[in-house]
Design a binder for this molecule. Sequence first.
Ligand code: PMP
Length: 285
Amino acid sequence: RLAYVNGRLVPLADATVHIEDRGFQFADGVYEVAASLNGRMLDWPQHVARLGRSLRELSIAAPMSDAALSIVARRVLAANRIRDGLLYVQVTRGAARRDHPFPANTTPTLVMTARPFDFRVRVAQQKTGISVITHPEIRWQRRDIKSIALLPNVLAKQSAREAKAFEAWFVDADGTVTEGSSTNAWIVRKDGTIVTYPASENILHGVMRGTLLALAREHQIRVEEAPFTAADALDAAEAFLTSTTAPCLPIVSIDGNRIGDGTPGPVTARLAEALWSEVERQTGW
Ligand code: PMP
């Protein structure tokens, strides 16, 4: 495997950054994960746009133009001979003597890696459904920035792993489900309306969330961007999650409580089908 580090493709094992990189010392950086299917990028412009926004919000200079970024992304995928896989892009504020304020005259660090990923695993999970647990919302208040500071997400995902669940849903002090540790959270109300937390500073604006919202509207499924509670989720007809790496997975249990009849529901199935059609339209997968 080859990695891109600050202008060069190097063997992954030899790919290194400075120990005074601000990503390493302060988690002062942002990232993206994008999917390649059938050798083509899915929703790539949205990922580039979100990366640009994350960088601007933190006043980190863009390491290169969007067009150049796209060329490097292609090179990294091609060099690793990846058709179905995931591209990881990380930009930090760069290396400088350790001191909290932004350093003057540092160049940002840009790193890209790619690995194969078999999306057929997700298609299989769509048929069986997955479980989630709830976890206290312990994150900061700018979750719209795709920051590499992921310790709360790591702890939540580990709790899920230990409970043999796929994902952990963050629940804030008033019982509201914001999102999962690496996915956006959805329910289908008994009247058929799909509900997901509003795009705000409180959640990451998932690319798959945006794609699914657009598809739902196209298919005349009623959509509400509104907060829902863990209790609402337990009372819902269906629940599901979305992300680049788990495009649309039905949730059949939350904290060990069955959702609906404990099997994937029809609205989620319809949305998943619409999503895979969109994937096929974009990539031919
Ligand atoms: N929420 C969080 C906290 C995430 O980390 C992710 C994935 N990076 C998502 C949602 C899903 O975003 P996307 O659909 O862009 O993969």
